[in-house]
Design a protein around this ligand. Structure first.
Ligand code: TXA
Ligand code: MG
Length: 349
């Protein structure tokens, strides 16, 4: 199919009202529109239409047992589609609109195809003004997974989206780079009013704990056991993985340099902190170095991780290495994406 590309400046949204209305019409008519959010780009369709939801799975090559997040323009719109609770409204008043997705019992209006036959549905109210206006003008909740082909890193820029999705959707809205760069934090509200963290993101467990008791699902930091049922279907799928095997190195920069001595070829790349660059380049001149921000600047690392994985993937490396992130604050989100990209290969130095 031909994909129409629309460029919108999020700072001048009022000028884009006409083109956004056209994109909203595409959603209303059961079509697919890719739009920017503050986390990553989303591949959207009418969440209340089973046929539209099925088109999403097809365009992404996504297994149909992996449910979609529905995006609403206002937190209180969740009322129409789910059984909300006082805890939901506490979360909403603190974190919404923003990068938090909440799983609650679904109402029948959300077809089983959107939620992969689960009794629950995931709801998120994005902060990005283009996303919010698009949902408002559509008049329906928009089901949207990340707008990448299944298995590759989520797209954080228009060029990533184009690489994966041109010709597979009706419209792509180019709204510039994603702000945060990793997908939303996902929590499930349990019947005892506690939260289970299913995917870490910008909203950290430390922040969530101020509102309710939080249990971090073991699959967030560990490999899912062979016979273990995932709490979230997405946990069982390979994700973010570059073509060359990625291994995470648990040690300081000197230990990393020492370890990489045996990999001194131009077929090897390391993703590392800005502070490591000079030493690695001096000691290992053959190795390709990709920096992703200062060691303590986790927001910058989050912002650049997926773009780095995509660009390293364009070169034909035999091995890619990266330091193992810490698990506090936003570090947990980086850790979660990176252990999955590395298929849990961690080397203790
Ligand atoms: O930041 C984000 O959340 C982006 C933007 C576009 O909003 N969306 C996104 O969607 O990352 P997706 O489909 O790539 O990831 C959603 C994850 C999947 O791992 C899925 O298994 C899980 O959420 N999920 C969705 N509904 C669920 C449910 N009812 N129960 C458990 N897990 C659910
Ligand atoms: Mg995804």
């Amino acid at each position: 199919m031909t994909t129409e590309i629309i460029k919108i400046d999020p700072e001048n949204l009022s000028e884009a009202e006409n083109v956004l209305s056209k994109a909203a019409d595409v959603i209303k008519n059961g079509g697919l529109v890719i739009f920017p959010t503050e986390t990553v780009y989303g591949l959207g369709a009418d969440a209340t239409s089973a046929d539209a939801a099925l088109k999403i799975y097809k365009a992404k090559g996504r297994p149909s047992d992996n449910p979609l997040i529905i995006h609403v323009a206002k937190p209180e719109d969740a009322e129409l589609y789910t059984e909300t609770s006082a805890l939901y409204y506490k979360l909403a008043s603190t974190f919404m609109p923003g990068p938090l997705t909440v799983i609650m019992p679904s109402k029948d209006i959300i077809p089983l195809q959107t939620r992969a036959s689960l009794p629950t549905v995931a709801v998120r109210c994005p902060e990005n003004p283009i996303a919010r206006r698009l949902i408002e003008l559509s008049g329906v909740p928009i089901a949207a997974p990340s707008a990448n082909l299944s298995g590759s890193p989520s797209p954080t820029s228009f060029s990533h989206v184009k690489d994966d999705m041109l010709g597979r959707v009706d419209v792509i809205i180019d709204g510039g780079d994603a702000d945060f760069g990793l997908e939303s934090t996902i929590v499930k509200i349990e019947s005892d009013n506690t939260l289970t963290l299913l995917r870490p993101g910008k909203i950290t467990p430390e922040q969530l704990s101020l509102i309710a008791d939080v249990t971090i699902a073991s699959a967030v930091v560990e490999k899912l056991g062979e016979n273990e049922a995932p709490l979230s279907p997405g946990m069982k799928y390979r994700h973010y993985a570059p073509k060359a095997p990625l291994a995470l190195l648990d040690g300081d920069v000197n230990e990393i340099c020492k370890y990489l001595e045996k990999y001194r070829t131009d077929r090897v790349a390391i993703l590392c902190y800005d502070e490591y660059e000079e030493l690695i380049k001096t000691k290992l001149p053959e190795v390709s170095v990709y920096t992703f921000g200062k060691k303590e600047d986790r927001e910058e690392q989050a912002h650049r991780l997926f773009a780095l994985l995509r660009s390293a993937d364009k070169e034909d490396f035999d091995h890619i290495f990266a330091p193992l992130p810490e698990t506090t604050g936003i570090g947990l989100a980086l850790y979660n994406r990176m252990i999955r990209a590395a298929a849990h290969t961690i080397i203790k130095l």
